[in-house]
Design a protein around this ligand. Structure first.
Ligand code: GLN
Ligand code: ZN
Length: 762
């Protein structure tokens, strides 16, 4: 393929930034959940985890990857692991490092993630713009970072003993501190970055230990550099890597960045720092190569080039990648081919899928196949042979296009995207109580769904079970005294998959699980073609629920942005175009619900914040298409129909403009874990629509007391007019059990009642 002689050919290596940790059959989920229930011991859990780690090393070696990472495993989250490693644990929790035995140590570790009576867990939030969630460390001026754990060292040794020399992966110090937040005991204005010097000492101690254990290279992940905040922290960046780079006994350092380009300024800092390698994401945006050119290449610093998309499922265009890598060779002396980010974000193995259409399968690659791609690219570049990869790129299958959908969208005018501004939304009552949609999914339901799927339970019987479940959920809500009821979503396996299964242009997988948080895994569908709705998707269930009660039942749909965010989406057209197709399909569903007499319709945009570009300059364009797609879905209704939307935990302050632009009548959001900050922000700007700040955290099994919920609601009414306030949990209840759900909702209804009676005029 080229004429360079073998002697002058560069040595090109291959690696991946990380690999899924849940196991091919979600072994980690099963094992940790069984441990939490008390059914297995810490030792049993540790054994399963060690097997999974070994499986990953073996899979990467088998794929032909040269440099294998370790410490990519976590029982819950790598940011939590880092906090525990350096003793950065808030004082309401006993430190896992001081536990007297392994059992107690693990118990304390999981308590940080899941909470325990009297101690709410660490806040959980999205890892950059992915659907993975990390736990937010809480730091304060009295925090003393010090190396108290040995997880990276232990896992490095364990791998080495099994015959795998590895490169331990750590969350970088800058990313760690910029993702952390000030604990409640920190003074106003104090920021975690103040701990940088102390933390660097702790990292230095760890690097020395890793070197002593035989590690020759360590990867420090600094994805924060793809954000505006990281790009503005160049002084700190320099401090980090000057300090760590100048240690005498240390492994080689690879500073890895991903989820976007880092800009020429940050790249210059890294190039000049005494580190051996820099990892760049060359997939997410087109600027990485420009940055490299702007700094005149990396010189003797090794470039770890992320050319294989680590977070989407499409095959790499190998000839294009070879050409790009060829260009990169001019900009660096040493090159490693890699994934754009950790493969944590994609399913493990395409070979496990047996029922995908062949023309779709031909376009796909999961983690194992992507590992094979980097290995292949490494070989092609260093051996100069193109054997083993197809040089032809498959054209898109024509069946992926739907001319009717395109024509309908083109014919729509601006009126399709706007509701009347003078509409009068029928009031329910101040502090009206409701839920976000789903009720607990019982084991019986899951079993019935599985049996139905396997053809062992007749559709009519399955539907009868669902109706019985709806009856029970409606009765329960009436009995608890909620104001706006839901049907409970028993028919849904997942809020995106349920719709994807019924929409054209979408495929679903059988085993394509991806970790979302802790033991929670999701199976994102694949949006590969033009989207259309052949038939109503939810009307049967919502109208059945409404037929069982005189109270209003709220219909539940998943919004366009969320349908994209939690799927693997085609990359051959702008996301906004794809979102509008989904919006159009939902618009038809909304119209059918309204026609069937449903007066409250919720279109969940749980992921609105998640897709928000990491850099501010790109946000207005994103919000424009996100808002358009939502409004396309919701603007066809009469003014007497109440449009609700729901968004999951996020820093909402960044998108209040977006929330307003969606023009929903009621927006319910997470607020419990972030202490009603949003309500304060909305109050300040005189927000005039309905808002339901989540009054308790459904991600934890803890039942909030009446007093606790009451305090949140009182805080909320001090900022926002009670007529606009709704009381609801902060997310759907499907992952909870019935006992705790019922108690929590009763407490919520009672708290709302107490606050309501004190309102002026009541
Ligand atoms: N309506 C969905 C539910 O209640 C919303 C879930 C979500 O926001 N993640 O489950
Ligand atoms: Zn939610």
């Amino acid at each position: 393929m080229d004429t360079t002689s073998a002697a002058s050919r560069p040595s090109v290596r291959s690696t991946v930034h990380g690999y899924p940790r849940i196991g091919p059959a979600r072994e980690l989920k099963r094992a940790s959940e069984s441990y939490w229930k008390g059914a297995t011991t810490a030792a049993e859990l540790d054994t399963i985890a060690a097997d999974l780690r070994r499986g990953v090393y073996a899979a990467l070696r088998e794929a032909g990857v040269d440099d294998i990472p370790s410490n990519t495993f976590s029982y819950y989250d790598q940011v939590l692991d880092t906090a525990v490693l350096f003793d950065l644990v808030p004082s309401r929790f006993p430190s896992p490092a001081q536990a007297e035995d392994r059992e107690e140590q693990l118990r304390r570790y999981f308590a940080l993630a899941r909470g325990e009576q009297g101690a709410p867990p660490l806040e959980m939030t999205k890892w950059f713009d992915t659907n993975y969630h990390y736990l937010v460390p809480e730091l304060s001026p009295s925090t003393r970072p010090r190396l108290v754990g040995d997880k990276p060292v232990v896992e490095f040794r364990e791998a080495a003993e099994a015959g795998f020399p590895t490169r331990p992966v750590l969350v970088g110090p800058l990313t760690f501190l910029l993702l952390a937040k000030a604990g409640t005991d920190a003074p106003e204005g104090w920021e975690p970055i103040a701990l940088l010097d102390g933390l660097l000492d702790a990292y230095a101690a760890l690097l020395r230990e890793l070197a002593a254990a035989g590690a020759t290279e360590v990867q420090l992940d600094e994805p924060i550099l793809a954000t505006d905040e990281g790009r503005a922290a160049l002084g700190h960046l320099e401090r980090c890597y000057q300090r760590l780079g100048s240690l005498t006994e240390r492994p080689a350092l690879l500073v890895s960045t991903y989820f976007g380009s880092i800009g020429a300024d940050a790249l210059r800092v890294l190039k000049q720092a005494p580190v051996e390698a820099v990892g760049l994401d060359l997939v997410t945006d087109a600027e990485g190569v420009d940055d490299l050119t702007a700094v005149s290449g990396l010189g003797s610093t090794r470039l770890v080039a992320g050319v294989v998309d680590g977070r989407n499922v499409w095959r790499t265009d190998l000839p294009a990648a070879v050409a790009e890598l060829g260009t990169l060779l001019a900009l660096t002396d040493e090159l490693t081919v890699s994934t754009s980010c950790s493969l944590l974000h994609v399913p493990i193995d395409l070979d496990a899928e047996t029922s995908l259409a062949p023309e779709l399968r031909a376009a796909l690659a999961f983690a194992r196949q992507k590992a094979e791609e980097v290995a292949l690219l490494g070989r092609v570049l260093s051996e100069g042979s193109d054997a083993g990869y197809r040089s032809d790129v498959e054209p898109r299958d024509p069946s992926f296009t739907d001319a009717r959908v395109r024509a309908r969208l083109d014919a729509l005018g601006p009126e399709a995207y706007a509701r009347p501004q003078d509409r009068v939304v029928p009031a329910v009552r101040p502090l009206a109580t409701t839920t976000i949609g789903s009720f607990p999914q019982t084991p019986e339901l899951r079993r019935a769904r599985a049996a139905h799927r396997r053809g062992e339970l007749a559709t009519e019987e399955y539907k009868a079970l669902l109706r019985a479940e709806i009856d029970r959920v409606i009765t329960l809500q009436e009995e608890i005294g909620l104001d706006v009821l839901v049907h409970g979503e028993p028919e849904r396996n997942d809020m995106v998959q349920y719709f994807a299964e019924q929409l054209e242009g979408y495929a679903t997988t059988e085993h394509g699980w991806v970790q979302s948080y802790g033991s929670r895994c999701v199976r994102p569908p694949i949006l590969f073609g033009d989207v259309a709705r052949p038939a109503p998707m939810t009307v049967e269930w919502i109208t059945y629920a409404q037929s069982r009660t005189d109270k209003p039942v709220k219909g539940m749909l998943t919004g366009p942005v969320t349908m994209l965010a939690w799927s693997f989406v085609r990359t051959d057209q702008p996301l906004g175009e794809t979102a509008r197709q989904v919006g159009l399909a939902l618009r038809d569903e909304v119209a059918d619900l309204e026609r069937a007499g449903i007066r409250h319709i919720q279109v969940d945009e749980a992921a609105l914040r998640e897709l928000l570009p990491l850099r501010a300059e790109r946000r207005p364009a994103y919000l424009r298409w996100a808002v358009d797609a939502f409004r396309l879905a919701t603007s066809g209704v009469a003014s007497t129909t109440t449009i609700h939307t729901h968004m999951c935990y996020s820093e909402f302050n960044q998108i209040v403009d977006g929330i307003e632009a969606l023009d929903a009548d009621v927006t319910s959001v997470e607020a419990a874990r972030s202490r009603m900050e949003l309500v304060e922000a909305l109050g300040r700007r005189g927000y005039g629509r309905g808002i339901g700040p989540g009054v308790y955290d459904i991600h934890s099994p803890r039942v909030p007391s009446v007093e606790e919920v009451e305090a949140s609601l009182r805080l909320a009414v001090s900022h926002v007019d009670a007529a606009h306030l709704w009381a609801n949990p902060d997310c759907g209840l499907k992952t909870r059990g019935y006992a705790e759900t019922e108690q929590a909702l009763r407490n919520m209804v009672e708290a709302a009642r107490r606050v309501r009676v004190d309102l002026p005029g009541t």
